[in-house]
Design a protein around this ligand. Structure first.
Ligand code: ADP
Ligand code: MG
Length: 342
């Protein structure tokens, strides 16, 4: 890997990333960009939560997309992992591989990081820059009260399974934006062209996923387990079930969909998107029955939609239920195919 070759290239990177809008001071950050390493405090009653996502151009985002949207998405998906632990954002680092030194691109890209960095008081404290095919690696650091992190492993028989927000929008957004989906040729919109409001909704769903930081930091004390939905409900819930050594059921009719998903996609494809699509960055979490009223009131106060979609049982695997509570076999080949991949 080649480093930026000249002093001026380094200056450029420094100018965009060591800016006061991005690497601003924050309590506990002793030293940010500029030395060989950043120095940060970890209070003795906290754990440092660390999570990293690598995004490769044309695999995880379209190379030609607006750089500020790419940046926003890259930081948002990382913050979503912190939310899933119930951690509060602290700071982040950035590994950037660039094909060339494009000043306008860098200005837009760094500008695109500012909104979420400021919103969550999460400054950029360091990184590395190299020359090569475009990729963006972000590592976020968060703080969570010791032994209070929301792990995948705590779900218990009798707990309820909840999801935040609406599901399937990330996968449907790929169709609306004309991008490739792994869900196959049957997975399509029912309309030729989504209307302007739906198109905007899906563009935001893809590029501006809203990490559930506030909700999680208020409600995680009631979660017995939690994960963020990046690969579809089926696969991500299965991680909770595996780690917790329990089974779960999902009432298919209770899965929450957005108005735009209802408008642009038929019921079968909505279900496919919710269960196997991914890129939703909503939370799936379990709550003991005695805590559900409090949980729902916290969500209500914050204006966050949460939906109970099922429950934890003994055994293993996921059972899908219809409106009467009878088991539904997800028999169509498509489902089996994606199920095997998940
Ligand atoms: P070193 O050779 O010691 O790794 P670098 O030249 O890579 O130093 O980086 C110098 C400083 O600039 C370091 O503090 C580093 O964290 C920061 N830095 C480099 N690239 C980035 C980037 N993409 N984002 C944020 N900080 C960066
Ligand atoms: Mg370096």
């Amino acid at each position: 890997m080649r480093k930026p070759s000249s002093h001026s290239e380094f200056e450029l990177i420094h100018r965009f990333f060591a800016s006061p809008n991005l690497s601003f001071p924050r309590e506990g950050i002793e030293l940010g960009i500029g030395d060989d390493a950043a120095l940060v405090d970890v209070p003795s009653n906290k754990h440092l939560a660390m999570s990293m996502d690598v995004l490769i151009s044309d695999i995880h985002f379209p190379a030609e997309a607006d750089p500020s949207l790419i940046a926003n998405r890259a930081l948002a998906v990382n913050l979503s992992d912190l939310a899933a632990m119930g951690a509060e954002p602290y700071c982040f680092t950035l590994g950037l591989v660039l094909p060339q030194n494009d000043e306008a691109w860098l200005a837009d890209f760094s500008g695109g990081l500012e909104h979420l960095a400021k919103k969550y008081n999460c400054p950029l404290v360091g990184g590395d820059t190299s020359r090569g095919p475009l990729s963006i690696s972000i590592q976020v650091q968060g703080l969570v009260d010791r032994d209070r992190a929301a792990r995948r492993s705590g779900a218990k028989e009798g707990d309820r399974i909840y999801v935040s927000g609406t599901l399937g929008d990330g996968a449907i957004a790929l169709l609306a934006l004309g991008l490739d989906s792994h869900l196959g040729s049957e997975f399509s919109l029912t309309v030729n062209e989504p209307n302007a409001a739906c198109l905007q909704f899906f563009e935001d769903a893809y590029f501006k996923p809203q990490p559930q930081i506030e909700f999680a930091s208020n409600a995680a004390k009631l979660f017995s387990s939690c994960i963020d939905i990046s690969d579809g409900l089926q696969g991500d819930l299965q991680h909770i079930l595996d780690e917790s050594e329990v089974a779960g059921n999902i009432r298919l009719g209770d899965i929450p969909y957005s108005k735009s998903a209802m408008c642009c996609v038929n019921p079968e494809n909505r279900l496919l998107a919710a269960l196997f699509g991914g890129d939703d960055y909503e939370l799936c979490f379990t709550v003991a029955e005695k805590d559900c009223v409090e949980l729902e009131s916290i969500a209500d106060q914050l204006g966050i939609r949460v939906t109970c979609v099922g429950g934890i049982t003994a055994g293993e695997g996921i059972e899908y239920l219809d409106a009467d509570g009878s088991p539904v076999g997800l028999n169509p080949q498509a489902f089996q195919h994606f199920s095997a991949q998940a």
